[in-house]
Design a binder for this molecule. Structure first.
Ligand code: ATP
Ligand code: MG
Ligand code: MG
Ligand code: MG
Length: 475
């Protein structure tokens, strides 16, 4: 089943059940804690927080999402992209656990002839928050599954909050067993074996404190209980297309095919190259969608994320043996696929291409000299018998040659070295302090957003800056 058809069926299913169809919001919503929209519920936050009254009680959307904390997973697991689309249904004080479970289970298991996804019940495992017996009995009654097919998971996996006082509640996921090739029997942490493809959040609690994913205080029940669900469009697509991972779907794989054509290498021939192909396909799509929504490369915040993604494409294409400008070759392939849904990509394409080309030209200028500096420095380190690449050198590469730290990390790993990241980050922080002091001197001392940049430097880029550490904990 094509991705477009999965999207259509999801939307039609919830529209038929009285949900207002809401188009995807931009990836860039104004939210001080959020670099990018990273879940379907984000545009609805004012409703969930009770700040605004929703014009409907039921809504459904397919929301563009960016999750940079997942960047290290890309291409290594079968299921993480930096860009993905989250299909969601939302209830604002309307149906609750029972309705949410019924609606999801129906779509997932209904035959394809009847408009569903037709997934085989015998490999599906609902998960609940350990202790949420209400959810257990609903799942058993609605699905007819025996008790031992309902997986009880701890709060770390199955309790949702925003990392701050406010709404919270247990989650319930639908996992699909992809078989022993992907992990051990009943090892729920083997995320590629028991693939989570749909997460239902039962927003019911008022939290007075949140110290970590599994340590929070429930002050009471919310006056109005809400439902927030997210189903990964790509995950369902690769399941229904019989593919191994989210980079091989009808929407993403054409970029891998183009990369094969450019590099002359074969996808599937060598595991290291395969990761590179998948990184290229994923990052091309996220770069395309970020530029489309108005991001331009830079050294701060959103621009830095885009820069990092685009430069990783270029770098991985080089590792695959392709040294010519790559973005202009790959972007149109992604545009043609994504443009079927986001038709504005065609109108915006000239602008997108200009931004991408300027970034690639700039990076290409520094890449050669930076690589030389890196090689010399790495050789020096090795001569002394040490195994750590200096934080000062990493800083110099970043500062003078625009090397994102992850590029230096990757190159160091290839050379069998580690990097003094702590040293690098403190030099970055010092530089940031100097820049801030300069800016204050110039502007007469008013606060600016560089405070977030400090968090970014010490933790790496993430969306929910407020709970960076929690996000990296999650699997
Ligand atoms: P995982 O445990 O696999 O990292 P998650 O628990 O972080 O997923 P949720 O925050 O519950 O994911 O998001 C809802 C759904 O969105 C997931 O069930 C999944 O189908 C999809 N999803 C989440 N992160 C990604 C990603 N990086 N790439 C593709 N799909 C994703
Ligand atoms: Mg989840
Ligand atoms: Mg999860
Ligand atoms: Mg995750």
């Amino acid at each position: 089943m094509e991705t477009a058809e999965i999207r259509r069926r999801f939307t039609a299913h919830f529209a038929a059940a009285g949900h207002t169809v809401v188009p995807s919001a931009s990836l860039l919503l104004d939210d001080p804690n959020l670099l990018f929209v990273n879940a379907g519920m984000v545009p609805f936050k004012p409703y969930f927080l009770g700040q605004e009254t929703p014009p409907y009680t039921r809504a459904t959307s397919v929301q563009k999402c960016i999750r940079t904390p997942d960047i290290e997973e890309v291409g290594k697991t079968t299921r993480h992209g930096t860009f993905f689309e989250m299909c969601g249904n939302f209830s604002f004080g309307d149906y609750f656990k029972e309705g949410a479970i019924e609606l999801a289970w129906d779509l997932v298991t209904k035959s394809q002839a009847d408009g569903g996804f037709g997934l085989d019940e015998s490999v599906l495992y609902p998960s609940v928050l350990d202790g949420d017996e209400e959810a257990v009995s609903l799942w058993k009654r609605i699905t007819g599954l025996p008790d031992d097919r309902i997986v009880r998971l701890p709060a770390k996996e199955n309790y949702w909050s925003m990392g701050v006082p406010g709404p919270g509640g247990p989650c319930s996921e639908i996992l699909i067993d992809r078989g022993p090739a992907f992990g051990a029997d009943r090892d729920w942490d083997a995320g590629d074996r028991y693939l989570e493809f749909w997460n239902l959040v039962f927003m019911q609690d008022e939290l007075s404190a949140v110290r970590s994913k599994s340590d929070f205080d429930i002050a009471g029940q919310l006056p109005k209980k809400n439902i927030d669900t997210g189903m990964g469009l790509e995950r369902v697509a690769y399941l229904l297309q019989g593919k191994n991972n989210m980079y091989e779907t009808d929407v993403v794989f054409p970029v891998i095919e183009k990369a094969m054509e450019l590099t002359g290498k074969k996808y599937g021939a060598n595991p290291e190259d395969d990761v590179r192909f998948r990184v290229v396909a994923d990052h091309i799509r996220s770069s395309l969608m970020l530029i489309n929504d108005g991001v331009t490369p830079g050294n701060e915040g959103r621009g830095y994320v885009l820069r990092r993604l685009a430069r990783r494409v270029i770098r991985n294409m080089r590792l695959l043996g392709y040294e010519d400008p790559a973005l202009r070759e790959l972007l149109p392939v992604s545009r043609d696929r994504m443009g079927q849904t986001y038709t504005e990509l065609f109108d915006n394409y000239d602008r997108i291409l200009n931004v991408a080309n300027a970034e690639e030209d700039a990076f290409r200028k520094t890449l050669t000299s930076g690589t030389q500096i890196f090689d010399l420095a790495a050789a020096d380190v090795k001569k002394t018998g040490a195994t750590t690449f200096g934080g000062d050198k990493a800083f110099q590469l970043h500062d003078t040659y625009g090397f994102p730290i992850d590029l230096t990390l990757e190159m160091a790993a290839e050379a069998g070295l580690s990097v003094d990241e702590q040293g690098f980050r403190s030099l970055m922080a010092e530089q940031r302090e100097r820049a801030k002091a300069d800016a204050r001197a110039k502007k007469g001392g008013h606060a600016d957003l560089t405070v977030y940049r400090g968090i970014l430097d010490s933790n790496g880029p993430t969306e929910w800056l407020a709970y960076t550490t929690l996000e990296t904990e999650s699997r």
